[in-house]
Ligand binder design. Structure first.
Ligand SMILES: *Cc1c(COP(=O)(O)O)cnc(C)c1O
Length: 502
């Protein structure tokens, strides 16, 4: 065994990993990366089909990000945000605020509000302040604590702020973030440590009890037969909580697609409807864009670079009170996160020193210069015409390539939003019968893909594909054909000719 692999097995404890399984075989030791390619210690190359767990946006070793980090390294790597401002963090905050406040009011409006009402709402809810932290979990903790305090200050100290999130929600692994989560497999173990939050049905069309459509070879969102019962349930949930005399303080959601829940894509129109309901019950909106943000879900790309939405909530014209960013913020190079919020929330924390209205929260590396420099470079790339064109083409190619998977009987649903796709594996597409978790269907398929030089990680029975934005046409077809071959191999279906690698 490679000596580094040996050291790993002797000393390293891996996240979300059954270490007994881990110790059974030699781990892949990554030593370098270039674009969408990762190279291991034996010189074997792999395609990074999930952008290194959804973090990497522009590929590895991008010259612009590398040189931004190197340039910053020549000045200073880190000084504290406790007491001092710094150059890249100030610039980054301004850039993020600018990018977060672009809306196109001409979009279809699903909720029963006039354009003017929507506009005034958006203007009133401009995101104007940025709180930096380290990762997705802390970005959510910040939003949670701010929303909690804000509610106490606006509703009175005796208020008991309560949060509503979605079924299957995952918002990170710190205790506050876990409290918002509703994935039993991950979260049940910590039950005794958590505070109580409520959950409401998320629009999982493929497995929705209200969807009366028979399975088809298409994304379930597009052939569903329902009456938006999921939206009515949201309304009911808010009304019931209001009747208890304690309306929800905040509604927490991933816009357009719930990632770790299993790439659950929302039908167009769901988000504006439910956020309008939340608004009408005076709840704050916390948008967790840790996965969806920064170009990942762009559906309506325009060549005009200043008009491009970098965030999923903008796609549906939803203006949250909190916007949480992490994973891809630095282009996926360094751990850094940001929570954007409104002037109104900010103002609730202003006061004389001894009123102690201060936001008592922070991290040693808040506003880190290297991370901020990398983020600035990443934003610059994201907003370039070249990147916009590249993403638009990649998105279309991803769509086309994914269609070839419908010929596999173990593919039940394919959910694509921009540059994210979730492929749900089933025993039989005609019945939607799922694999039991212990069958490790997703894990087996990903292991078979790794043998073919393509790396990704499953979420239960869902294979996640999130290519880095620099992925070439050939690399993308290799990712999808490796997936097709692996599915066929794992479930012993004859390989369809179409999926053979070219
Ligand atoms: C990954 C993720 C988190 C947690 O981020 P970490 O950086 O792993 O702490 C939170 N929310 C969403 C939607 C995520 O995908």
């Amino acid at each position: 065994m490679n000596p580094l692999a040996q050291l790993d097995q002797q000393f390293v404890w891996h996240p979300f990993t059954q270490m007994r399984d881990w110790l059974r075989r030699e781990p892949i030791v990554i030593t370098s990366g270039q674009g969408a390619v990762l190279r291991d210690v034996h010189g074997k190359e792999y395609l990074d089909a999930n952008s290194s767990i959804w973090t990497n946006l522009h590929g590895h070793s991008h010259p612009k990000i590398n040189s931004a980090i190197t340039r910053q390294l020549g000045k200073i790597s880190h000084s504290s945000a406790l007491g001092f401002a710094n150059e890249p963090a100030s610039l980054l905050a301004a850039r993020l605020v600018q990018a977060a406040n672009i809306y196109d009011l001409r979009f279809t409006i699903y909720a029963p509000t006039s354009q003017r009402a929507r506009k005034s709402r958006i203007v009133n809810r401009k995101l104007e302040k940025v709180f930096f932290s380290d990762d997705g979990s802390t970005a959510l903790e910040v939003a949670l604590k701010l929303a909690y305090q804000f509610t106490l200050r606006t509703r009175g100290a005796e208020a008991k702020p309560k949060f509503l999130s979605l079924t299957g929600a995952y918002h990170g692994d710190t205790i506050g973030a876990v409290s918002l989560g509703h994935i039993d497999l991950f979260h049940k173990a910590y039950g005794g440590m958590l505070f109580k939050t409520d959950q409401v049905m998320s629009p999982y069309c493929y497995r929705c009890p209200f969807n009366r459509a028979k399975p088809e070879r298409a994304d379930a969102r597009n052939y569903r037969k329902c009456n938006w019962e999921c939206v009515s349930l949201v309304e009911k949930k808010f009304s019931a909580q209001k009747k208890k005399g304690n309306p929800y303080a905040a509604f927490v959601f991933e816009p357009l697609m719930q990632g770790a829940a299993g790439m659950i894509a929302q039908p167009v129109g769901w988000l504006p409807q439910v956020t309008e309901i939340a608004r009408s019950h005076a709840a704050l909106l916390i948008a967790d864009e840790v996965m969806t943000g920064l170009g990942r879900t762009n559906a309506k790309l325009k060549i005009q670079k200043s008009k491009n939405f970098l965030f999923a909530s903008q796609e549906e014209n939803v203006s949250p009170d909190f916007l949480c960013l992490a994973k891809g913020l630095t282009g996926g190079y360094l751990p850094m996160a940001a929570t954007l919020t409104t002037q109104k929330v900010f103002d609730a924390f202003l006061g004389e020193y001894d009123e102690f209205k201060t936001f008592f929260h922070g991290h040693s590396f808040t506003g880190n210069q290297l991370g901020a420099a990398a983020s600035l470079a990443s934003l610059e790339i994201l907003q370039s015409v070249k990147s916009v064109r590249q993403r638009a083409a990649l998105q279309k190619n991803l769509h086309d390539d994914l269609q070839t998977l419908w010929s596999l009987p173990n593919v039940g649903d394919i959910r694509q939003v921009g540059l994210v796709a979730g492929i749900e594996l089933v025993k039989n597409w005609r019945t939607r019968e799922p694999f039991a978790l212990r069958e490790r269907a997703g894990i087996r398929v990903c292991e078979a893909m790794a043998k073919r030089g393509v790396l990704t990680r499953p979420i239960g029975n869902v294979i996640a594909i999130l290519p880095p934005y620099c992925t070439t046409r050939t690399q993308l077809s290799k990712m999808i054909s490796a997936l097709a071959e692996s599915i066929a191999e794992c479930f012993r279906q004859p390989t369809n000719k179409k999926h053979r690698q070219k």
